[in-house]
Design a protein around this ligand. Structure first.
Ligand code: ATP
Length: 324
């Protein structure tokens, strides 16, 4: 391998820039060329490439988002689109590809490899932490800190007005963000897709804590939770079935995806970039790099895509005990 390409695809996450920087600098360290691909698979199909050297990634480790831009590409889902992408790579003498993205991006990379036998390596970049084969995806830790910061601020106003706040957080179909920020933000209840609490038990529990002397409460709702799916209906139901609280909703939205990456995410991105490039140089392909027991290890892309990332049951228990 003499020349690698790197792209960011799917939803952006803090730490993607740090990963790009790491890939580029690891290439420079091993004296091979590196090319940045703009707008994910869209740019791959169009040949939107930019040669990158060690100096071209200065000043980005602390920046959120991705300097290479991200996109969703319909065309890459077709064989014709992937053929165009392959031609662009061959035309530019590129012989390996690092994809920073989520499971959709990995599915695309795997199919591309199977069709054209082109070496690919994945780096998990998403705030949702919904990927098997890594305890932390890039951006997860930063998002947790961003959300906890927001919860702290909402709590100030909640406690000044005897309010009950439902705060919706991201996380797709999993409750990793909700569970962690719920514990860290001192939430009364945490609604996650993995655990069906049910409306009645929720109201019961909120009433209990109201009677025990709590004057304000925060309930964290994962966007993928069954009863939290429509958070405004949930609010209306609780409003009708509880007394003594002024019930409010706060949907945090895309602010959760932005901001400067945390120290943890910068270090993780740097480690993952090194591992991704060096694995390709060693002739490996179709893997995702991930953090397992604090070691950076490879998981086959197929497993990373199909496997379910499970929530930590111990955290569930801790959150139950903390809301006593
Ligand atoms: P996030 O989890 O943040 O949304 P993601 O990588 O899962 O990130 P997707 O939109 O699912 O985001 O996928 C990104 C891109 O990967 C798609 O726009 C498409 O170009 C490509 N892709 C996804 N699935 C396939 C597939 N089955 N075949 C080919 N390409 C695919």
């Amino acid at each position: 391998i003499k020349k690698l390409a790197v792209l960011t695809s799917g939803g952006d996450s803090p730490g993607m820039n740090a990963a790009i920087r790491s890939v580029v600098r690891t290439c420079a360290y091993h004296d091979i060329e590196c090319v940045g691909v703009y707008r994910g698979y869209e740019g791959l199909i169009e040949g939107d490439f930019k040669p990158m050297d060690a100096r071209s990634v200065k000043g980005i480790i602390n920046k959120g988002g991705t300097i290479l831009k991200s996109a969703r590409s319909k065309e890459f889902r077709t064989i014709e689109g992937r053929q165009k992408a392959f031609k662009q790579l061959i035309g530019a003498n590129i012989d390996g590809l690092v994809v920073v993205g989520g499971d959709g991006s990995f599915t695309g990379a795997l199919i591309f490899n199977q069709e054209f036998d082109f070496p690919v390596m994945g780096i998990p970049g998403t705030i949702d932490n919904d990927i098997y084969g890594t305890s932390h995806t890039l951006g997860f830790d930063t998002a947790l800190n961003t959300v906890v910061d927001a919860i702290d601020k909402i709590r100030d106003t909640a406690s000044s007005h005897n309010r009950l706040f439902f705060i919706e957080v991201m996380g797709r179909d999993v409750g990793h963000i909700a569970l962690n920020v719920g514990i860290a933000g001192g939430a009364e209840e945490i609604l996650i897709p993995e655990e069906d609490l049910g409306l009645d038990r929720l109201v019961e529990s909120l009433n209990r804590s109201r009677k025990s002397g709590k004057t304000s409460s925060i309930v964290i709702v994962a966007e993928g939770d069954k009863i939290g799916k429509n958070i405004f209906e949930l609010k209306d139901y609780v409003d009708e079935n509880m007394e003594g609280y002024d019930v409010r909703v706060s949907v945090l939205g895309h602010m959760q995806r932005g901001g400067a990456p945390s120290c943890f995410d910068r270090v993780l991105a740097s480690r993952m970039g090194v591992k991704a490039v060096e694995s390709l140089l060693e002739g490996e392909t179709n893997y995702m790099v991930g953090l397992l027991n604090n070691n950076v290890e490879l998981t086959p892309l197929e497993k990373a895509i199909k496997g379910k990332s499970k929530i930590n049951l111990e955290l569930l228990r801790v959150s139950d005990i903390m809301s006593t």
